[in-house]
Design a binder for this molecule. Sequence first.
Ligand code: NAP
Length: 236
Amino acid sequence: MKQDVKKICIVGASGKLGRYMVQQALDRGYEVVGVCREKSVAKLDDFKNRITIIPGATNDRDVIKRAVSGCDGVLSVLVPWGVQQYSSGTAQAVMDFSEPNARLIFSCGWHISRDGKDMYSWKLKALVKIFGGVARLFRLVELNDQVEACRRIFESDTKWTVVRGSDLEEGESQGLPVWSRHVGDPILESNLTRRSDFALFMVAALENDELIHEAPAIVGCQSASALAHASVKHDT
Ligand SMILES: NC(=O)c1ccc[n+]([C@@H]2O[C@H](COP(=O)([O-])OP(=O)(O)OC[C@H]3O[C@@H](n4cnc5c(N)ncnc54)[C@H](OP(=O)(O)O)[C@@H]3O)[C@@H](O)[C@H]2O)c1
């Protein structure tokens, strides 16, 4: 049965993906609570008086506890900033404090694998290795913590969906992205999605129960590979 969602929380609301999600959630008539760092509150000025903002670090458990209270759904932007368990701390707090029946949607990239059956190009593998290594060296980003966050989500019995984004580009919406269970599936070959459509997929997932306990890898619906394999259906 389709879940009835009225009030949602967006964790990481001030980022690029977050702001697209805020707009789309308001368009759908949801009551929105947004969490973002104190210094980023002004990035949400366009939504002033239309959403409730709770300033704070997204891995601050008290902040998340207050923000997700009473929410039917939580959209979390998982980012592996710094070396302070930012992703896993955020994911854990969201899972610990959300309402028992809430829909929990998390964002990440294609590099996350749920079952180890994803087939990555050498380019993606090299990028993750080099970028991950250099970023960790400078204590900027901890890609492994996003992996740990998703490992915990996959093991949880909450109503989760982990949306795995391809490379992103800006631009007007082309419509709801298509998805597949494994990177390497032909429909995903184009590896490009509009960021606004990534947000669209995240928000639409709130009311799509077929995506519960799925980790869809998405690609733009107008991309060449999506158009070439448009008839592919998911056997859920
Ligand atoms: N970029 C890509 O090509 C790509 C590809 C595939 C998947 N994804 C996934 O898409 C999601 C959004 O990524 P995005 O690239 O579009 O970024 P984004 O939406 O701009 O989000 C970045 C988030 O990180 C926060 N942030 C930035 N610097 C921070 C810091 N030093 N400490 C703590 N938080 C910090 C931002 O908050 P403030 O507003 O406070 O700065 C914002 O909430 C992520 O889950 C990512 O894994 C991205």
